[in-house]
Write a protein that binds this ligand. Structure first.
Ligand code: PMV
Length: 350
């Protein structure tokens, strides 16, 4: 069995605008998805998912995800999860130059699904790494990032940037602008995450921003202004010493930019009452800044606060279901266990 894990992420700045070629800075956080893969003798895929924010499910199928048996969780969520796993398997078979091989796959994740923390990217990145290693092939993190992007692109009908997948594969803070992806040397920022227990529909939210942007020049300007905020934020990070804890001035300036970024996302229609409540709950508790993270519509906010005040404030904020502190994950995709099986050799005999 091969086992790999990959981290989730928060967007310090730049979600949505990144879809239109502006830069974004996501940061990997120590909440991981772990995928275990065991090749099978037949070409069937059996997936067991545990600890997801849904109750967990097991499903076994062969070929496409449609027509899989009844499961005890809402079908769209299962279909979404299966779509990502399918696409990851397809990428792994392609990378290993292998034909149909079956797998028993177990997904364990402590990243809430669809909540702006990059759960699907983490599952796809860890899944591609575990499945390719199960086939005896080792990919470097950049190739895993690229293949994970292609998998997400396919599942999300072309509505995906490279931000989530690159960040999850590489770890740390990264900068993504179109196809240009780089890692950044950033200090460990004191992230606090608030979660409303819900999820947003990324496709619909991205489509909504696109519509506004096409309709109103000021909406297009808003998207460009988010790019300006990201460039300003990058300058602040580049001037900081990554080895030191960030000082008060840096946190205050980054916080201002996060507040500004949230205001513009709100204007673009991707916030929600519970996200706004949590953003204000964090600010009133003394956070340096707060914004929604990811597609929006529901899910998570991220705030900066080195003190415990924001966590306490969020616990008392209506609509906030969970609060946690999130360390920067310096490691991206990571091997958790090793045992390769040479299925390419076996296939030739078949
Ligand atoms: O909610 P998430 O973690 O899937 O992030 C979506 C971020 C967007 O910029 C809205 C879309 C993308 O692919 O970059």
């Amino acid at each position: 069995m091969t086992v790999s894990s990959a981290p989730g992420k928060v967007y310090l700045f730049g979600e949505h605008a990144v879809v239109y070629g502006e830069p974004a800075v996501p940061c990997a956080i120590e909440r991981r998805a772990t995928v275990s893969v065991e090749p099978r003798e037949d070409d069937r895929i059996r997936v067991e998912a545990r600890d997801l924010s849904l109750d967990g499910f097991t499903v076994e199928y062969s070929g496409a995800t449609d027509g899989h048996p009844d499961v005890n969780v809402p079908t769209p969520l299962v279909e979404a999860a299966m779509g990502y796993i399918d696409a990851a398997v397809e990428q792994a078979l392609d990378a290993a130059d292998s034909r149909e091989v079956g797998f028993d796959i177990t997904v364990e994740s402590d990243i809430p699904l669809g909540a702006g923390l990059g759960s699907s990217a983490a599952v796809v990145v860890a899944g591609i790494d575990a499945a390719t290693r199960a086939l005896g092939v080792d990919l470097d993190a950049e190739e895993i990032a690229d293949r994970a992007y292609r998998a997400e692109y396919e599942v999300q009908d072309g509505q995906a940037s490279r931000a989530d997948t690159f960040c999850s594969a590489m770890g740390g803070a990264v900068r993504v602008e179109g196809d240009d992806c780089r890692t950044l040397d950033a200090p460990n920022l004191p992230f606090v995450v608030g979660f409303d227990g819900g999820a947003g529909d990324t496709g619909a939210l991205v489509a909504g921003v696109r519509e506004l942007k096409e309709r109103y020049e000021f909406a297009a300007d808003t998207v460009e202004t988010i790019g300006d905020i990201v460039r300003e934020g990058e300058r602040l990070l580049a001037d900081a010493d990554p080895a030191d804890a960030p000082d008060d001035e840096l946190l205050a300036e980054l916080g201002n930019l996060m507040d500004f970024n949230h205001g513009l996302l709100e204007a673009l229609g991707v916030s929600s009452r519970s996200l706004d409540n949590m953003v204000w709950g964090a600010r009133m508790a003394g956070a340096d800044g707060a914004k929604l993270t990811g597609a929006g519509g529901g899910g998570c906010i991220v705030a900066l606060d080195p003190t415990p005040e924001t966590e306490t404030g969020l616990r008392f904020t209506p609509g906030c279901e969970d609060v946690f502190r999130a360390e920067l994950a310096t490691e991206g995709v990571r091997v958790e266990a090793e045992r390769a099986v040479d299925f390419r050799g076996e296939r030739e005999d078949a």
